[in-house]
Design a protein around this ligand. Structure first.
Ligand code: SAH
Ligand code: SF4
Ligand code: F3S
Length: 465
């Protein structure tokens, strides 16, 4: 078998040579837009690394690009509409610059009907490939350039490992590190298992090697990624669990901390909670989507836990970690959900007290089980429920943030703030703090005292560097 990495490299060199001749000495520029979740951000980092090897630099202005790539998301209808809208805007650009290459990848491209719609309505697109063909990218670009015709890749991955691909990370302080791909859960509303395929964990040794490299490069925050990180390692030849993974990735010498997302409530064990509680390098923030507060709705969603189980798991988390911050995802207006069901979502939110929530109105996803369920509640009514929920949550967040005034917290300084002389820092619990500082502080951990809170914006003063 040909070495896959070497094969990819040879395509990159061939492309580099064609493009160099066509560009006549001008630098070639690529514009990459990523929609959707961190998994897609991480995929785009791999694609960007391949583009760099083909001879492209990057631009954030699509007007000056020679290559435009949209890495798409299909989790909700709105996400798809944004892609179609942005794609329509490229028509005129392509007319002006016939040599411009327009490529689409990501979750939307794993859906046959969407691909057909693009072929029909956006015939100027040059290349389409899905999440499972990521490492065929160099050869697909080569085919697009050399055959001078649109390429629609239907073939999937054929055993090549996406995880072997290197990433180009623009951020030098915080890194995403995928530990698993795909999802086996089939929540009835969700498209992800269909567009990302079955759950597959990376080998522990590969994850540790990458962690070590990131720590040696000076990364301060590593976020382990997966649709359901708690079931990490179950299907490996030598099964490993997520607690072991957390223990091992935090075992390197160096000043860094580790986050992870997303956690599925059904797979959070007491052992895992203890590992998080007792490990100083693991951030005290848990994102645990509950989706709904009513057992009837949770059952129809195929979430495989009850409201009582969720609340008792949260109780265990709080008992073992006094300083933990919790966030979650919630869907409002699942098919058949009544106002009484919704009130149970409200009461769950009040019981748990999340520091913040990601809230979504149910969106019909063709091909999922929920898509064929009757959905009698009108959209306007769901919007009212959502407003009611946001009102409750705003008060809770505001209280949690205000209670921090006067306390001391460790933060990582991430970036400059819009206001000169100020910086954006993040706590272990994933709250943003604005601090006054000086040049060269980005990437430092320090201790701050929270001095002010206005509309959930925290301000802190450095007390220890
Ligand atoms: N794997 C993660 C979440 C992936 S999608 C998990 O299971 O927690 C991110 C969020 O989008 C989900 O948690 C859910 O709240 C929301 N979501 C997914 N499908 C949706 C749909 N059809 N309509 C509305 N929200 C949806
Ligand atoms: Fe979707 Fe459920 Fe999988 Fe999350 S766990 S990606 S919500 S099917
Ligand atoms: Fe969207 Fe795909 Fe992520 S559907 S949420 S980009 S896994």
């Amino acid at each position: 078998m040909i070495d896959r990495v070497e094969e990819g490299m040879s395509y990159k060199i061939k492309i580099f040579n064609i493009l160099k001749t066509e560009a006549c000495g001008k630098p070639l520029l690529a514009f990459v837009r990523t929609y959707g979740c961190q998994q897609n951000v991480s995929d785009s980092e791999k694609i960007k690394n391949m583009l760099l090897h083909m001879g492209y630099n990057f631009t954030d202005k699509k007007e000056e690009a020679d290559f435009i790539l949209f890495n798409t998301c299909s989790v909700r209808e709105h996400a798809e509409e944004r892609v179609f809208g942005n794609l329509g805007e490229l028509k005129a650009l392509k007319k002006q610059k016939p040599r411009l290459i327009i490529a689409l990848c990501g979750c939307m491209m794993e859906q046959g009907d969407i691909k057909e719609k693009i072929k029909k309505s956006f015939p100027f697109v040059n290349l389409i490939f899905g999440t499972n063909a990521l490492n065929r990218f160099p050869e697909l670009v080569y085919e697009t350039i050399s055959q001078k015709k649109p390429i629609f890749c239907d073939k999937t991955n054929d055993n090549r490992k996406i995880e072997e691909l290197q990433s180009y990370r623009e951020n030098k302080i915080k890194a995403f590190l995928p530990v698993m791909y795909g999802c086996d859960n089939f929540c009835s509303y969700c498209i992800v298992p269909y567009v990302r395929g079955r759950e597959k964990s990376r080998e522990l040794r590969d994850i540790l090697k990458e962690t070590k490299t990131l720590v040696n490069y000076g990364y301060k925050e590593i976020t382990l990624l997966g649709q359901n990180v708690n079931s990490y390692g179950k299907n490996l030849k030598q099964p490993v669990d997520f607690s072991r993974l957390l223990r091992d990735v935090t075992n390197f010498e160096g000043d860094y901390w580790v986050r992870f997302m997303t956690s599925h409530p059904k797979d959070i064990s007491l052992e895992l909670i203890d590992e998080i509680a007792n490990n100083d390098k693991i951030c005290k923030h848990l994102h645990i989507p509950f989706q709904a507060g009513s057992n009837r709705v949770l059952d129809k969603m195929n979430r495989r836990y009850t409201r009582e189980k969720y609340l008792s798991m949260i109780e265990n988390v709080k008992k073992r970690m006094k300083n933990v911050f919790l966030t979650s995802d919630v869907i409002v207006g699942f098919p058949g959900e009544t106002y009484d069901d919704f009130k149970q979502t409200l009461s769950l939110i009040k019981a748990v007290r999340f520091s913040s929530l990601f809230t979504f109105i149910y969106s019909k996803r063709p091909g999922t089980l929920a898509c064929s369920m009757t959905d009698p509640v009108p959209h306007e009514e769901k919007t009212q429920w959502l407003a009611e929920l946001l009102d409750v949550q705003r008060k809770i967040s505001s209280q949690i943030y205000s209670d921090l005034v006067g306390t001391k917290v460790k933060v990582l300084i991430e970036d400059e703030n819009k206001k000169r002389g100020y910086f954006v820092a993040r706590t272990s619990g994933n709250l943003i703090v604005r601090i006054e500082g000086e040049q060269g502080m980005i990437g430092e951990f320090c201790e701050v005292k929270i001095i002010k809170c206005q509309n959930c914006v925290l301000e802190g003063a450095i007390i220890n560097r």
